[in-house]
Ligand binder design. Sequence first.
Ligand SMILES: [Zn+2]
Length: 114
Amino acid sequence: MAIIRCPECEREVSDEASTCPNCGAPLNKKNDRAMSEMPENHMVWAIVTTVCCCLPFGIMSIIQASKVSGYWENGEYDEAMEASEKAKKYALIGTVVGALIIIVRTAMEIVARR
Ligand SMILES: [Zn+2]
């Protein structure tokens, strides 16, 4: 437990309190974030990446994407945000690698025809 300063009345209060006992201002950051939207899990992009582009990165992306809602429901907001970011990153890498493979294959076919 730590002592923080209330942003409203600037009196010292416990960081465990969800509201300031002096002025009633909300203090608990987790309560604030619970009100906000769950981060995007990028599941659709992850599946598209797996099917169309690059299987290994697509699967890594799906694994991260599937963790987002679980973390969020358990109140592990930082982990949920992190999983969301990783899902996006792997899907992006998968898309880029998949696109490069298609370009290289196409180029090799053009060369082979000559
Ligand atoms: Zn206060």
